[in-house]
Design a protein around this ligand. Sequence first.
Ligand code: ADP
Ligand code: MG
Length: 235
Amino acid sequence: MQTLELKNVTKSFGPLEVLSNINLTIKQGEFAAIVGPSGCGKSTALRMFAGLETPSSGQVTANGETITKPDPRRILIFQEHALYPWRTVERNVGFGLELADVPEKERKDRIKDILEKVGLSGFEKYYPHQLSGGMKQRASIARALVMDPDVLLLDEPYGALDAITRLTMQNELIKLWRGTGKTMLLITHDIDEAVYLADTIYVMSPRPGRIVQTLQADMPRPRNRNGSRFVELRQ
Ligand code: ADP
Ligand code: MG
């Protein structure tokens, strides 16, 4: 578990100042969201936590340590789920475990367990092109979670999905989060999505990106025990 921090972070690409003096602290186990219009610098901020960008000035830290490179404790998930098209679901999900030389038996157990958690049991042998958009996104979440990261960094993960699938996936994400207590940092241009999912919301304004508002839920989200505001009506 990790506390993530941006301290007086400014980021420029050439003459373009994208982020201007950003400060935020995300506590371990928190579900936080950054919202703002397209182009305001949300992905840039997130990529810093993933170790894929460094600030022009200021500090980006996890538990007080400066983040300088990608780290398997913090995994980035984005809209273009980036599954390998030539690998089956189980081999996509197991890719990181293979790289980490996790023994085959343990690998299989962990893959099985995580596919159950995301609702993809039975689809082990499917290729990405045989899956729906929602299932692909489940597979990419499984691929991240199987590595047991402390932090999931979600870059508009549901942007490409239809409204119903998106709602289903949002509810599933809440359930997964509750079960693990991992830190979630979601970025989205959809304020409703942030309000629905997150307990803390940072609102950004563009050019250059600044945090103009920080909102904290003053009570638990209106969710039933399955993590949804909606209950199924029985006929
Ligand atoms: P958001 O995710 O909020 O839509 P981004 O963080 O992707 O915004 O981008 C913010 C701004 O920074 C945009 O104007 C974008 O063109 C610019 N930008 C992002 N990455 C780079 C880069 N590697 N080189 C130059 N400009 C970039
Ligand atoms: Mg973006």
